[in-house]
Design a protein around this ligand. Structure first.
Ligand code: SAM
Ligand code: FES
Length: 355
């Protein structure tokens, strides 16, 4: 680590901000020593806010049917080999019931952009989960919808919404998505979600095709200014039935580095150590926590559909029962000195605007 790198890290710690050019410099000149220094500060920062608690979310993958054709994604519309499924309301409620017994107090309903899940259908499922489990939070991750739709789902009881921005560089966005999708719309969605009152999560894949230190610097600047409640980052991993099948995967090393940087920019952010990170490195999720992450998202989907929600190759946790995943993560967190807690795990200080 040279003096300049040291100076940038010191300033990031003090001011929680760098210029875009400086973020790029920090990334380009990184080495193991810089990563270690950042991780140390990131862990200190997260401990000051969250102690040794790791929040957990039960992920229910409700549909693998998607109208979109994102070039990186294994369940894109044009992948004829993807096996499609859609969970019923009963399936989803029974996953939630099982999750409750296992200690989950947040459910994440994620899926492709599947028109079946209209505001009425999805809103009914959300309100039923909230009725049965009033002490739980519901997070949605169902892609781009209209502002009215986001409002209707918020009114039905949804608390949080995850919509990764994927990249904050418009030209890069255009290389990852088909023409009919737009960077402007994605940004508008994020703005709408925030204004409605959701705890909003943005995020991006690390090492996605055409990503550079400059596009990453834009991502960090966007995170600094947008101030999301949550931020999901994980390595890009190619899927064999997508146009990006020959592309290289992102690395755990850069993902961990960026997790630390994001923790220093936003000390209170909810930052998951993702399944993708656990897929490219067998100890990825533990390392994620040791780099400053504070959330894990074990799978609560019925085992019979797990393999069908294949966003990328070799995804882990596709054969395990929900209880096994919970237990596995509990042991993994314990092994690095942390504990999974039974808690909604809201963003600090956050309140719904209708209560
Ligand atoms: N349809 C919703 C949406 O677009 O936000 C939620 C589902 S989408 C599959 C969830 C996230 O998976 C995306 O935001 C993307 O970052 C991630 N993802 C998709 N393909 C991936 C890949 N090949 N490697 C790593 N992450 C991937
Ligand atoms: Fe699913 Fe470890 S979290 S097996």
């Amino acid at each position: 680590m040279n003096n300049r790198e040291k100076e940038l890290i010191e300033r990031l710690l003090r001011e929680r901000s760098l210029s875009e050019a400086e973020y790029a410099e920090l990334i380009e000149n990184r080495d193991g020593e810089a990563a270690g220094r950042l991780a140390e500060h990131a862990v200190e920062t997260r401990k000051a806010v969250f102690g040794d608690a790791v929040y957990t979310r039960g992920l229910i993958e409700i549909s693998s049917i998607c109208k979109n054709n994102c070039l990186y994604c294994g369940i894109r519309r044009d992948n004829r080999n993807a096996e499609r499924y859609r969970l019923t309301k009963e399936d989803i409620l029974s996953c939630a019931d099982e999750g409750y017994g296992l200690g989950f107090r947040t459910y994440v309903l994620q899926g492709g952009e599947d028109a079946f899940f209209s505001d009425e259908v999805l809103g009914d499922i959300v309100s039923e989960i909230k009725r049965k489990h009033p002490d739980c939070a519901v997070t949605l991750s169902m892609g781009e919808r209209s502002r009215e739709s986001y409002q209707a789902l918020y009114d039905a009881g949804a608390d949080r919404y995850l919509l990764r921005h994927e990249t904050a560089a418009p030209e890069h966005y255009a290389k990852l998505h088909p023409k009919e999708m737009s960077f402007e719309n994605r940004m508008q969605c994020l703005q709408d979600l925030k204004e409605i009152g959701y705890q909003v999560g943005c995020g991006f894949m690390v090492g996605s095709p055409f990503q550079t230190a400059d596009t990453l610097a834009k991502d960090l600047k966007f995170i600094e200014t947008f101030r999301p409640a949550m931020c999901g980052i994980g390595p890009f991993i190619p899927h064999h039935d997508t146009p990006f099948r020959e592309e290289r995967a992102g690395t755990a090393e850069l993902t961990l580095f960026l997790l630390s940087v994001i923790r220093l920019i936003l000390p209170e952010v909810l930052l998951p150590a993702t399944t993708a990170l656990g897929t490219i490195d067998p100890k990825g999720r533990e390392k994620g926590i040791l780099a400053g992450a504070n959330v894990v998202m074990p799978n609560l989907s019925p085992v019979r559909v797990r393999r069908k929600y294949e966003l990328y190759d070799n995804k882990i946790c596709t054969g395990e029962e929900s209880a096994e995943c919970r237990g596995c993560l509990e042991a993994r967190m314990k092994s690095v000195g942390y504990r999974l807690v039974i808690d909604r795990g809201d963003a600090p200080g956050f309140e719904r605007n209708d209560q």
